[in-house]
Write a protein that binds this ligand. Structure first.
Ligand code: IVH
Length: 715
């Protein structure tokens, strides 16, 4: 228990630990304090912000923090550092500790909610029905106990647990009104525009019913394999790519990615008659053509376990990712009487499949130094076959991860393929020599490694570290960035090692060394031509591509788009902005930029080295200008500044409306400010509409806008 005022009177015992509240949950426990019941501490000597917590409370707070961290990685960052099973284990551990120590459980504990996928770039929508999660088990015995408690003779559905991103589809009077992410379960992100691009759901139903569907946005394995090449292999599995795409800000891009939806449950503002079982509900959904996964079965409680094995075998042939099964009670009125917790219903359980594992031995530990300087340790393991591929490396992430698993050289480990793609160490079966400690100095350049802010990762801060330079170059040339043919990662590393390139501008001087390049091992006239043509072609890229390719912290594609949308269409205007005395205030007015991004924009665009590099690139012919939408015909929107919000019937994606405005003289911005003259408001306009009203901005709805452009002959 935290004792406020604990400084003054609390008796220190062997079971209590002094801790700074700002570090609560971390291991920054003050060292060297004489903690022993018989030692009288002079409390006046202690810093003011010190409290005493019991070791048990510390354990609970640490678990809460750890779970929140992994939820954030999973739901917001779309990546993972631990397997689902490890996460579920942490979750169970916390649930049990809270059950046994209710006085130590916090109302804000992650066990009391469903996590959060909220992203401040989206409008918020309040869900009409709480969007709950599921209680998990990996154990058939536990599942049977749950069934026995409810009733073996009851009917249960068995259905696939699709591994994607949770979504709620709100159909009003037969039309798809909104698609909303699960969010916190109470409030979700409005992702309607993205959902409208998904081809296997209807935007308009045959009847004018109102129905709210729960479902999962997912991607098939084959679509993932194809698409992930284009995203530079950024996503480890189809779930992460589907979830990342769902939160893409540009629905035109989303339309190019083959997302699909499965629906598995429905709610109604006014319930239709006669639907008293899940089976009838599913039939009703099927009648309206909603996509329901095959294989849904309705069986007696006594038959569930034997069927599970059959499903497990079928899983491999499905073609889309599932991480288990969901078992649901069929009788809807019985469901109601069982009720739910703030996290999950009592009438359903997820039975999760164990991931494939195989044993191997850690032979060595080496490091990858990313372009940002992040040091990622990797375990080189004795090669083993796992799910059809030979695994030679497993990621170790950081020191905390290594410590938590107790990984050392020589350790016998269980290797798991998470989400089917990236191998990781699930557990140490037999300890190695000792737990591995990351070096204090960069293995590439010997600079002292440092931690950044709150991060658990170590960074090399030397900007000329070969590890960083190589990866900065490789990043610049990637398909998703400048897309330079002939300069894949391998070639970049090779040309770097041979000292042909060191900094980004060097790429554009390679043509001077054409003859030397032709002589290199693995090169020839043809491949050098491809390379030099690729470099030449890359000069045509505009600001939208060049800026994110520089790999400046925080300044990726999204931020670049926001800057361009707000009129910073060339580098000159950006450099001017960054060097002005009120740069931060001006940037704060742009919708969608957080404080960290604002700091980075100001810092990088006033940095001599960055400016120098930009000037060098300009000299070799790169145009730091955004392609401007061609002005067409009448400039009826000239002098006007438009912002758009909500979703539209006739303009999908809504960018189409903005293109018309820009082509006919208007300026577009992504947020409302005193300079905004018009707001084009679709359905589901939230905070922007309110702000527009406050600022007295002219608000135009879709129908009015449409009639106007038709009248003006702009279509
Ligand atoms: S039922 C109150 N059924 O799994 C109903 N969920 O880990 C709770 N999921 O948030 C959900 N397939 O995103 C249900 N057939 C299925 C599912 C399913 C995938 C997801 C869903 C949920 C998560 C819980």
């Amino acid at each position: 228990m935290i004792l406020s005022g604990g400084r003054a009177k609390f008796a220190i015992s062997r079971h209590t630990i002094p801790i700074f509240p700002e570090y609560l949950g971390f291991s920054k426990i003050i060292k060297n304090l004489p903690i022993h019941p018989i030692i009288q501490l002079d409390l006046k000597l202690l810093p003011r912000n010190i409290f005493f917590v019991s070791k048990l409370e510390l354990k609970i707070r640490k678990l809460e923090k750890e779970i929140r961290y992994h939820q954030y990685l999973y739901y917001v960052k779309n990546r993972t550092e631990i397997s689902d099973k490890e996460f579920d284990l942490l979750f169970k551990q916390l649930q049990e500790l809270e059950r046994d120590n209710p006085d130590l459980s916090s109302p804000n504990s992650p066990t009391q909610s469903v996590g959060s996928d909220l992203d401040n770039r989206f409008e918020k929508v309040t869900h009409k029905v709480p969007v709950l999660s599921l209680e998990n088990t990996y154990n058939a015995g536990e599942l049977q106990d749950w069934i026995d408690k409810i009733g073996k003779e009851e009917t249960y559905s068995i259905e696939w647990k699709i591994d994607g991103a949770s979504i709620v589809l709100y159909y009003e009077a037969g039309g798809l009104d909104k698609g909303v992410s699960r969010g916190t379960g109470g409030i979700g992100d409005d992702v309607t525009e993205n959902i409208r691009t998904i081809k296997n759901i209807s935007l308009q139903l045959d009847d004018s019913i109102s129905i709210y569907l729960r479902g999962e946005v997912y991607m098939t394995f084959s679509d993932f394999a194809q698409l992930n090449k284009q995203t530079g292999g950024k996503y480890a599995n189809p779930r992460n790519l589907a979830s990342g795409t769902l939160k893409h800000k540009n629905s035109k891009q989303v339309a190019k990615r083959p997302l699909k939806i499965f629906t598995y449950d429905a709610y109604f503002p006014k319930e239709p008659e006669g639907i008293d079982t899940h089976q009838k509900l599913i039939d009703y959904m099927k009648k309206y053509g909603f996509p329901i996964p095959n294989d849904i079965k309705f069986v007696k409680g006594s038959e569930v376990i034997s069927l599970i094995k059959e499903y497990e075998k079928k899983k491999e042939k499905l073609g889309f990712p599932v991480d288990g099964l969901v078992i649901k009670l069929n009788n809807l009125s019985l469901r109601k009487s069982l009720g739910q917790t703030s996290h999950s219903p009592r009438w359903a359980r997820a039975y999760k499949f164990d991931a494939l594992t195989v044993e191997s031995v850690v032979e060595e530990i080496d490091f990858a130094i990313g372009r940002t300087g992040k040091v990622t340790p990797r375990a080189k393991i004795t090669p083993v076959q796992l799910a059809g591929t030979t695994v030679t490396y497993a990621t170790l992430h950081n020191q905390d991860y290594i410590n938590s698993k107790g990984i050392g050289i020589g350790a016998k480990v269980k290797v798991v393929k998470r989400g089917e793609i990236i191998p990781a160490i699930e557990e140490v079966v037999k300890k190695g020599k000792k737990v591995f400690r990351l070096p204090k100095k960069c293995p590439m350049c010997s600079s002292i490694l440092q931690k950044k802010d709150d991060s658990v990762d170590l960074y090399c801060t030397n900007p000329t570290c070969p590890g960083r330079e190589k990866n900065q170059l490789a990043f610049f040339c990637q398909k998703k960035q400048m897309d330079i043919a002939g300069l894949g990662e391998k070639q970049v590393y090779n040309l770097y090692d041979l000292k042909f390139i060191k900094r980004i501008p060097d790429i554009y001087h390679l043509s001077q060394y054409k003859d030397d390049l032709i002589q290199l091992d693995g090169y020839g006239e043809k491949s050098v031509k491809i390379l030099l043509d690729g470099i030449e072609k890359s000069k045509k890229n505009d600001l939208k591509v060049i800026l994110p390719s520089l790999g400046l912290p925080e300044i990726g594609h999204k931020v670049t788009e926001i800057l361009i949308d707000n009129g910073f269409t060339d580098i000159k205007s950006l450099l001017q902005l960054a060097s002005s005395s009120d740069a931060k205030e001006k940037l704060m007015l742009l919708h969608g930029l957080g404080p960290k991004t604002i700091d980075s924009v100001v810092q990088n665009f006033t940095d001599k080295n960055v400016i120098g590099m930009i000037q060098e690139l300009q000299k070799v012919g790169l145009q730091f200008k955004a392609k401007v939408v061609k002005k067409q015909g009448k400039q009826v929107f000239s002098g006007q500044t438009w912002c758009v919000t909500g979703s539209f019937q006739k303009f999908q994606p809504r960018e189409r409306a903005m293109e018309i405005i820009v082509a006919h003289g208007g300026k577009r911005v992504s947020g409302i400010s005193s300079n905004t003259t018009h707001l084009l408001a679709g359905t589901g306009s939230g905070s922007k509409l309110k702000k527009a009203e406050e600022y007295g901005v002219k608000i135009m709805e879709e129908s009015e806008f449409y009639s106007f452009i038709v009248k003006e002959g702009l279509l």
